[in-house]
Design a protein around this ligand. Structure first.
Ligand code: UGA
Length: 426
């Protein structure tokens, strides 16, 4: 059992802290937001993530997790200090690491020389070296290790407890060993030990590659629509080749979330910094933007314009299983439809529409689609795949259904008297 501090109770921080406490470590979380601490202390994990509440409550009752607004208290006597602070894109597309340096400034004098500082946040290539140099300049001897996070929202706890791989990059073998030891009890552990720059790039390259698969299949989906082919069968056929694999070949309204949009842009920026142009990733970013616009254009073309049209949009979250709306394609599409003059109502079982948007939020899917000229399915929630086309047809005023996630049966939709548009299947 190790003494662990986690700085930052955002998405990654809460999942990492709770899961580490669950597997037996003694975890103290430093978080500035006192309201958030109150919720966490009461057993409310703040974010919607399967199993998180159960594990948090278990850790609270066994006393293996605690929270403090003072980061210095959190790191006091900690063997390992995880930095799980946000690194959003700045105006130029590079990752803004100011939150990390803000915390280090505060912690440098408290960290013991034997502590290991672990970056969980996705940071630019070379940042871990700069962090080590910054700490050294403050007279702090702590070692710095990169341990990028690969969790997927909606199955984050499951991924933490059954990881595909754990990548640990560091220059100090003893520090690397101590981080490795934290995960010792996880089943089927596959470790990749590297230097820090390599670990940083494993993370960016993985996310950019997955984003590329999605952008690729979305373009193939558009081609399938035009050529009268079925993209699901194309993806299935491609996926049978295990060099390609079927995963992440599901067409949709474009990728979103807190990771792919930010990390692809950051990788383009990193490439420019090092004079190694990432032209493929640049194309992926542009393709994804273009794809969302294409969804809007298709709806406008089918309806003969957007002005005054009543649209019911099902889904707000960037994907099913989460209440996260960061960079959600559903919201950019809704914004563009509203800007084109449509009256937009949205429904999501978990996620909320931001107040500043010119879009209304409905209390149920039935309310969102009532009297709609067209309905768009934008998030693949299981409850949307269970919608009865006949009931939908009864509630709508018009007949157009655009299933951007391909979750309904086209034949059943057409049999109910609706017009079915899918993503890459007719
Ligand atoms: C992603 C990666 O999958 C994780 O491995 C990584 O650890 C994480 O980012 C991170 O950097 O922290 P996440 O953003 O939670 O995880 O979500 P994904 O399941 O990857 O989905 C991202 C977007 O791609 C969503 O908008 C989703 O709807 C879309 N998507 C995904 C598709 O449109 N089609 C697919 O086949 C798969």
């Amino acid at each position: 059992m190790a003494r662990v501090a986690v700085i930052g109770a955002g998405y990654v921080g809460i999942v990492v802290a709770t899961s580490l406490a669950h597997i037996g470590h003694r975890v103290v979380v430093g978080e500035r937001d006192s309201e958030r601490i109150k919720l966490l202390e009461s057993g409310d994990p703040v974010i919607h993530e399967p199993r998180l509440e159960e594990l948090l409550k278990g850790a609270l009752s066994s006393g293996t997790i605690s929270f403090t607004p003072d980061n210095r208290v959190a790191v006091d006597r900690a063997d390992v200090v995880f930095l799980a602070l946000p690194t959003p894109s700045d105006a130029g597309g590079s990752a803004d690491v100011s939150a990390i340096y803000g915390a280090l400034e505060e912690l440098a004098s408290t960290l013991s020389p034997t502590s290991v500082v672990v970056t969980k946040s996705t940071v630019p290539v070379g940042e871990n070296e700069r962090i080590a140099a910054f700490l050294a300049s403050k007279g702090c001897q702590a070692s710095v290790v990169s341990n990028p996070e690969f969790l997927q929202e909606g199955s984050a706890v499951e991924h933490f407890l059954n990881p595909d791989r754990i990548v640990i990059g560091g220059e100090d073998p003893e520090a690397v060993r101590r981080v490795m030891d934290l995960y010792r009890t996880l089943p089927g552990l596959r470790l990749s030990l590297t230097d820090t720059a390599t670990a940083e790039l494993v993370k960016y390259a993985s996310n950019a590659f997955l984003a590329m698969k999605i952008a690729f299949i979305n373009e193939i989906a558009d081609l399938c629509t035009a050529a009268g082919a079925d993209v699901l069968k194309v993806a299935e056929g491609m996926g049978m080749d295990d060099r390609i694999g079927l995963k992440f070949l599901r067409p949709g309204p474009g990728y979103g979330g807190s990771c792919f949009p930010k990390d692809t842009q950051a990788l383009v920026h990193i490439g420019n910094t090092y004079g190694a142009d990432q032209s493929i990733v640049r194309a992926v970013v542009a393709s994804n933007e273009g794809h969302k616009e294409h969804v809007v254009r298709r709806v406008a073309a089918e309806l003969g314009g957007l002005a005054g049209k009543r649209l019911g949009l099902l889904g707000v979250a960037f994907k099913a299983g989460t209440d996260d709306i960061r960079e959600s394609p559903a919201l950019s599409i809704a914004g563009a439809l509203a800007a084109g003059g449509a009256r937009v109502s949205m429904y999501d079982p978990q996620a909320a529409v931001p107040e500043e948007m010119n879009v209304s939020q409905s209390a149920s899917w039935e309310e969102a689609v009532a009297e709609a000229d067209a309905v768009l399915i934008l998030t693949e929630w299981p409850q949307f795949s269970a919608i009865s086309p006949a009931e939908l047809a009864d509630l709508m005023a018009g007949t157009l259904l655009f299933d951007t996630r391909n979750i309904l049966d086209p034949e059943a939709v057409v049999a109910a008297g609706l017009q079915y548009l899918g993503m890459g299947r007719v």
